[in-house]
Design a protein around this ligand. Structure first.
Ligand code: ATP
Length: 477
């Protein structure tokens, strides 16, 4: 049983130190969230699992970490300056600013023209006040602007820069650097994790849509010898397996083939993996939102950033680039711009899906309902909690603290004696700690402890000398 709605996770996340509303002391920022002591561990574990899966366990992917602020021209030639827009609509009545494609529209309203027509005919309502007095959609560029350097005038165009709206461009402009430095042959991929920024018109739904978020993107470069539309499917399959291996229920994942008219300017085909973030909604088709997208970007980006390509009149398409990002294939002695398949996932949306899917409730012998966060142990913020059964017994406390210290180098462990054992177990269950280890009077005699399993509540006795190995074995993904 996953969480019944996002709100359940919002309150658990705040209560237990996963995610806090940002800038709360000044009334909050609405769309921004801060990750607390447990949230940062969970995010790190997701990112590490992704990195391990792609960069370490495969032989064909390298990792990088590029700048958040890139040369402005990167965003000119990537097409973002001209086209990274969302359609903005104003409500004349309540002054809300709305995203046209997220309004309550009939299923056959696909293009912006369709939406304009419906708005003109007053057939679309403002979700905030119900008025049908809306402006027609107009493009709103979502890139955050900033200025570089101390001397910059208010609107000095030479100082204009943007916070990156995707991590992908940092990969494309480093394609040749990575390929030559690492002596890579095609096919190979480059992976990157990092913050991206989008001035979303309507952020919301907790960490699902924020203006600052983290992406895990990978560009996989292949020969342009065919239309690689089917490679999209291969990566979709790999990611579906990966999400399931992290603990997501297959039935809460769904694929969405993005229609041609909605494709991003660089994409020839995109399939989104959707997660059931809104299980409380009656209509099944309204329960889903994008978890990640897998796009076939062809050679669009490498070509756009290269100095050599020319248009029909023979003029250079990119007048500013000083490099040619083509690849020379030694085997065939051919030079070409590789094609690219891009799986782009959000850290925050993955974390939200994992929290929702892991949420469960269980009733104990006394009829009390407990929350159990059944996170995959590899992702749990804390792997083991060491709990002394008698906190007024210095030998037991000393032994418990020593066990915590001895485990800490191999796995994240905590010591807690701030309640009765029932309460301590309940607290650890609620944050997804797979193992609680109790130290009791018997432990002083037999040098053994009780290991309690989060999901089954079963207990077993384990020698302290074998404890680290025992836990590590059971923590293996
Ligand atoms: P959406 O249609 O939901 O705005 P998108 O299709 O524009 O998303 P992409 O450009 O494909 O998103 O970005 C890849 C991934 O980055 C998304 O699947 C999502 O996981 C994450 N992402 C994008 N925008 C946001 C955001 N505003 N907040 C949190 N995560 C985001």
């Amino acid at each position: 049983m996953p969480a019944p709605n996002i709100d359940t996770i919002v309150s658990l996340a705040k209560r237990r130190g996963f995610v806090f509303p940002s800038s709360e002391v000044y009334g909050g920022l609405g769309s921004a969230w801060d990750y607390g002591p447990l949230g940062v561990e969970l995010c790190n574990n997701v990112k590490q699992a992704w990195w391990r899966w792609l960069v370490y366990e495969r032989d064909d992917i390298e990792g990088i970490d590029s700048s958040i602020i890139l040369h402005r021209l990167v965003w000119k030639y990537s097409g973002h300056e001209a086209t990274f827009h969302d359609p903005l609509v104003d409500c004349r009545e309540c002054k809300s600013r709305l995203r046209a494609d997220k309004l309550d529209l009939p299923a056959d309203a696909v293009t912006e023209d369709d939406v304009s027509e419906l708005i003109r005919k007053k057939l679309v309502k403002c979700p905030n006040c119900g008025s049908n007095d809306l402006t027609e959609p107009r493009p709103f560029n979502m890139m955050f602007r900033t200025k570089l350097g101390a001397a910059a005038e208010e609107d000095d165009p030479t100082a204009l820069a943007y916070l990156r709206p995707e991590t992908a461009q940092g990969i494309f402009i480093n394609f040749l650097n990575v390929q030559t430095a690492m002596r890579r042959k095609i096919p190979f991929g480059i992976a990157q994790i990092g913050k991206s920024f989008r001035n979303e018109i309507t952020p919301g739904n907790f960490i699902l849509r924020t203006r600052e978020f983290e992406q895990m993107e990978m560009e996989y470069f292949v020969k342009p010898d065919a239309e690689h539309l089917n490679l999209v499917e291969e990566w979709v399959e790999l990611y579906m397996e990966w999400f399931v291996s992290l603990g997501l229920e297959r039935s809460n994942l769904q694929l969405h083939e993005v229609p041609q008219e909605e494709l991003a300017h660089y994409s020839k085909r995109t399939v989104d993996i959707m997660y059931r973030y809104f299980p409380e909604r009656d209509e099944e088709e309204r329960q889903w939102e994008e978890l990640m997208g897998i796009a076939y970007r062809t050679d669009f980006d490498l070509r756009s950033h290269s100095s050599k390509p020319v248009d029909a009149e023979g003029n250079r398409v990119n007048q500013d680039s000083t490099e040619d990002l083509s690849y020379f294939d030694e085997a065939t002695k051919q030079r070409f711009y590789p094609h690219v398949i891009e799986p782009a996932a959000g850290v925050n949306r993955t974390v939200l899906a994992l929290l929702m899917d892991a949420y469960s409730e269980k009733t104990n012998d006394k009829g009390e309902t407990r929350v159990i966060l059944k996170l995959s142990p590899q992702l749990s913020p804390i792997k083991a909690a060491i709990l002394p059964l008698a906190k007024n017994k210095p030998e037991i406390v000393g032994m418990a603290k020593a066990i915590k210290r001895s485990l800490q180098p191999v796995l994240r462990a905590v010591y807690d004696d701030t309640g009765g054992i029932g309460k301590l177990y309940a607290r650890q269950d609620e944050i997804g700690t797979p193992f609680c280890i109790t130290v009791d009077h018997q432990s002083l005699e037999d040098e053994a402890v009780t290991v309690r399993d989060r999901d089954t509540w079963e207990q077993e006795r384990v020698n302290i000398a074998d404890l680290a190995e025992h836990l590590q074995k059971r923590l293996k993904p």
